[in-house]
Design a protein around this ligand. Structure first.
Ligand code: ADP
Ligand code: MN
Length: 268
């Protein structure tokens, strides 16, 4: 999956001599001078040793696999990490302003004119929200470091660098698949409640695309747009999340509860 490495010296020199054109294009898309500097800093600080190809290329951000080689390679295995790099040169962020605008946490910084500032805010929001989830014991990538629009986090995947599938792509096996789907549904309702009650947050983009699955466990990701209770649209976003989740699990054959019942369970 991570065939093409962004080699260390490439990061340093701002060159990418990799022969694979599509990978080069992907890498170059976000790796401007400033981003390369930040990555170098992270390498120097020992957060990662090597940055690999993109796990995901999205509209607003790319996610890369990375590896940290241990000081003592005889005793310790390499540690996989994930780096989410928000794109700074886009206008999509205009659309996202409504998530930030209503939040007291970010009032001082929301500057409509400045794209780069917006992107930084966005990454900061994801970092802080991940910290909250992690502190509340909700399975998610542990946030490790943030610098401007670059976020280093725990890699959710195996030791070889294969990321866990999104819930959408999860293939459950066994003769109790219906039971497993039911349990995952119940697990997710518990997570949503905890997110609301303990973290004071509504995910606001919750669906089978922003949940990873491994070994009967759901992992919540992509919380940059998550909002606090006091956001003027938070309950609207919560209803949307509830609907998405219900739609998905119904398609898996789960006998789901009514949206209103779930809403009360989460908020009560
Ligand atoms: P986007 O804003 O592009 O939707 P996401 O945070 O949802 O960004 O990440 C995009 C994809 O990258 C996810 O669907 C998942 O497959 C992968 N991914 C994100 N974070 C991690 C992680 N910590 N570990 C492994 N894979 C990840
Ligand atoms: Mn996503």
């Amino acid at each position: 999956k991570h065939a093409a490495k962004i080699r260390l010296d490439n990061v340093k020199q701002g060159q990418d001599r990799d022969k694979d054109k599509s990978d080069r294009a992907t890498a170059e898309l976000v790796l401007d001078q400033r981003t390369r500097m930040i990555l170098l800093q992270m390498i120097n600080r020992g957060l990662v040793s090597e940055i690999h190809g993109a796990i995901s290329t999205g509209k607003e951000a790319n996610v890369y696999g990375a590896v940290l080689y241990p000081d003592n390679p005889d005793a310790d295995e390499p540690i996989q990490r994930a780096i989410k790099i928000y794109k700074t040169a886009i206008l999509v962020f205009k659309d996202r302003e409504r998530y930030i605008a209503g939040e007291h946490r970010f009032k001082a910084g929301s500057d409509k004119g400045n794209n780069r500032k917006m992107v930084k805010l966005w990454a900061e929001k994801e970092f802080r929200n991940l910290r909250r989830l992690h502190a509340a014991g909700i399975a998610c990538p542990e946030p490790l470091m943030l610098k401007l629009h670059v976020l280093v986090m725990e890699f959710l995947g195996d030791k070889r660098g294969y990321a866990y599938p999104r819930l959408r792509d999860a293939r459950l096996a066994g003769d109790d698949v219906d039971d497993q789907w039911h349990h995952l549904y119940v697990q997710l309702l518990g997570i949503m409640r905890r997110l609301y009650q303990v973290c004071n947050l509504v995910h606001a983009d919750l669906s089978e695309y922003n949940i990873l699955y491994h070994d009967k466990q759901l992992y919540i990701i992509d919380v940059s747009q998550s909002v606090e209770h006091d956001h003027p649209h938070s309950l609207e976003f919560l209803r949307m999340d509830i609907k998405n989740v219900g739609d998905f699990f119904r398609r898996q054959g789960v006998d789901t509860l009514q949206d209103r019942t779930i809403f009360n369970f989460i908020t009560a």
